[in-house]
Design a protein around this ligand. Structure first.
Ligand code: NAD
Ligand code: AHE
Ligand code: ZN
Length: 369
């Protein structure tokens, strides 16, 4: 079939919205009509050329929601008409990772996903006969996409696509990092580096968990008001701090954070996020994605003296199991998504979403098909 998609033709180039050929679903695959998709900083990370796994040409986007249009052979858990959210971390419930109970990183199709193809090693997307890569197993910057059955969460039919698409990455990543990865408890002090589409959800999760101090760190003072609305108790602009940021944060938390979260992708800030943690137990969660070749460092003494470095992908959420529950939380008014979606636009204007992100003027831009 002919579809409309935004193509990342080469690193650093604007996306081009074109007609693309999409082959139908093969065994274990599902054709999804995408109704809405958010634009996450990770899409920009890959578009920029910083992603060591970045492939071109490709159809980016991994924060979508839509309707099952057709199922391939052997698909059992979904039928046409079901409402779904594509999952860049699937949940096969059979692999070593899923069965371990220790991680949400399903290993069933990660290798082919990283090569920009479906599990059988081929792509469903092409243009003038030339193959276009899939992205993160999702490719939601298109009005139709093909996704493996194990990478789709079935959600309730009354949930609005242009809101719950954000659960496909940012909401789950931020809230999940607090609840699943850090396991923040009432009274904990939390420091959040980066108050964008992820960091504000970390703040929302920290408030839900009953954190005491919720300190937000960002160089953009315009992020302050929304962060306070979501539960931030103190705002720190590093540009306004005299001297080093780390001792300032340790002093503000009276000894160091119980938990810190890096939601930017800056390795220098990852170090600061670790070192502002409390001696003996403070844990720092890396959420931000850093570019090819970048490495983190600290004095080993920081770990010897009890600080802990952890990472979190998709908020540690078991995707097919947890995403429908988070959609329920939204529908029951337990979490706020609406105020984080600052811009809605058609696919043809998708490059504006990246410009708004760069100017620091958006939290989430959503493409509505
Ligand atoms: P965003 O652009 O919405 O937000 C980034 C924020 O960081 C902005 O508010 C910006 O002002 C702030 N910032 C930038 N440089 C800073 C600095 N030097 N000091 C303090 N603040 C600074 O991005 P996002 O969509 O929230 O994504 C954040 C990061 O999380 C990205 O690296 C993204 O790739 C990553 N991410 C990871 C996962 C995961 O599962 N681990 C999921 C989604 C996104
Ligand atoms: N391809 C990059 C890593 C990108 C990355 O870390 N992705 C996160 C999700 S970001 C969503 O916005 C993730 O879940 N990673 C787990 C995984 O298996 O990819 C690189 O550095 O190679
Ligand atoms: Zn994302």
């Amino acid at each position: 079939m002919e579809i409309r998609a935004a193509i990342a033709t080469a690193a650093k180039q604007p996306l081009t919205v074109e007609t693309v050929t999409l082959d139908g679903p093969k065994a274990g695959e599902v054709l999804v009509e995408i109704k809405a998709t958010g634009v996450c900083h990770t899409d920009e990370f890959t578009r920029s050329g910083a992603d060591p796994e970045g492939l071109f040409p490709s159809i980016l986007g991994h924060e979508g929601a839509g309707i099952v249009a057709e199922i391939g052979p052997e698909v059992k858990s979904l039928k046409p008409g079901d409402h779904v959210i594509p999952l860049y971390i699937p949940e096969c419930r059979q692999c070593e990772f899923c069965l371990s109970g220790k991680t949400n990183l399903c290993g069933a199709i990660r290798a082919t996903q990283g090569r920009g193809v479906m599990p059988d090693g081929t792509s469903r997307f092409s243009r003038n006969g030339a193959m276009i890569h899939h992205y993160m197993g999702s490719s939601t910057f298109a009005n139709y996409t093909v996704v493996p059955e194990i990478a789709l969460a079935k959600i309730r039919a009354d949930a609005p696509f242009e809101k719950v698409c954000y659960i496909g990455c940012g909401v789950t990543t931020g809230i999940g990092a607090v609840i699943n990865t850090a396991k923040v408890e009432p009274g904990d002090n939390v420091v959040v580096f980066g108050l964008g589409g992820i960091g504000l959800n970390v703040i929302q999760g920290a408030r839900m968990a009953g954190a005491d101090l919720i300190i937000g760190v960002d160089i953009n003072p315009d992020k302050r008001q929304l962060a306070e609305q979501f539960g931030m108790t103190h705002f720190v602009n590093p540009k306004e701090v005299e001297g080093d940021l780390v001792p300032y944060l340790v002093s503000l938390t009276k000894g160091g954070a119980d938990y810190s979260f890096e939601c930017i992708g800056n390795t220098k800030l990852m170090r600061q996020a670790l070192e502002c943690c409390h001696k003996g137990w403070g844990t720092s969660i890396i959420i931000g994605v850093a570019g090819a070749g970048e490495e983190i460092s600290t004095r080993p003494f920081q770990l010897v003296t009890g600080r802990v470095w952890k990472g979190s992908a998709f908020g540690g959420a078991k995707s097919r199991t947890d995403v429908p529950k988070i959609v329920d939380w939204y529908m029951e008014g337990k979490i706020n998504i609406d105020d984080l979606i600052t811009h809605v636009m058609p696919l043809e204007r998708i490059n504006e979403a990246f410009e708004l992100m760069h100017k620091g003027e958006s939290i989430r831009s959503v493409i509505r098909f």
